[in-house]
Design a protein around this ligand. Structure first.
Ligand SMILES: N[C@@H](CCC(=O)N[C@@H](CS)C(=O)NCC(=O)O)C(=O)O
Length: 216
């Protein structure tokens, strides 16, 4: 059994980021599925709350360390397993990569997380139409800005021709947007970079539908 365990869910974009990072670094890992919907969501179970009181996936267990927050997990992986560095060492490039990653993971993703959508629909009784509008609004606002940024930074990938943390965050967010039927033609750079990334084996292997727990 692997020493490294990723608690995640096939459709979780934050877990998808960590799968990509682990694959890029060539690190083996065992996946344990935390079904985010079944039985009211296994992330709320007593056993999982012991691992992450925030009740969110992913959690990575690496030997004695148990870590939540995908960006922190990836920073940890980068520092511990420096092959295929995802955050460049040059400070200007490093923090450009981090800013782009945060544009996605900090400013776009949390507004459309499952628990936010469930709160809108369940507690605030927002209609399906208004919930979709909420989702599209925040993704489109974020993608408009990201598209402008990437126009000045991109090569094959988000920042030049090296795969970075920004790419690791971009692909799952685009997957999510497609899943919610967001029209992406207004973001040609985002689309082009995503196509280039999807051709890389580490990204292809991390696609939600390829995961052992992929189901409806
Ligand atoms: N900032 C966290 C976000 C984690 C997160 O939002 N996970 C989602 C899946 S992508 C989740 O577990 N949602 C369960 C819920 O909302 O109840 C990270 O980057 O790890």
């Amino acid at each position: 059994m692997s020493e490294r365990i990723l608690y995640g869910y096939w459709r979780s974009s934050a877990a998808y980021r960590v799968r990509i990072a682990l694959n890029l670094k060539g690190l083996s890992y065992e996946q344990r599925s935390v079904h985010l919907v079944k039985n009211g969501g296994e992330q709320h179970s007593g056993a999982f709350k012991q691992l992450n009181p925030n009740q969110l996936v992913p959690v990575l267990v690496d030997g004695k360390l148990s870590l939540n927050q995908s960006l922190a997990i990836i920073d940890y992986l980068d520092e511990t397993y420096p092959q295929a560095l995802l955050t460049p060492t040059d400070p200007a490039r490093r923090y450009l990569v981090k800013a782009l990653a945060q544009d996605i993971a900090v400013d776009i993703h949390p507004l459309n997380n499952l628990r936010v959508l469930q709160y809108l629909a369940g507690t605030l009784e927002v209609s399906d139409h208004d919930k979709s509008q909420w989702y599209s609004h925040w993704v489109e606002l974020g993608f408009e800005a990201l598209e402008k940024r990437l126009q000045t930074t991109h090569g094959h990938y988000c920042v030049g021709d090296d795969v970075s943390l920004a790419d690791v965050c971009l692909v799952p967010q685009v997957y999510n947007a497609r899943r919610f039927n967001i029209e992406l033609t207004a973001y040609p750079t985002i689309c082009r970079v995503t196509v280039s990334l999807s051709e890389l084996p580490a990204f292809a292997k991390a696609v939600p539908e390829q995961q052992p727990d992929a189901s409806e």
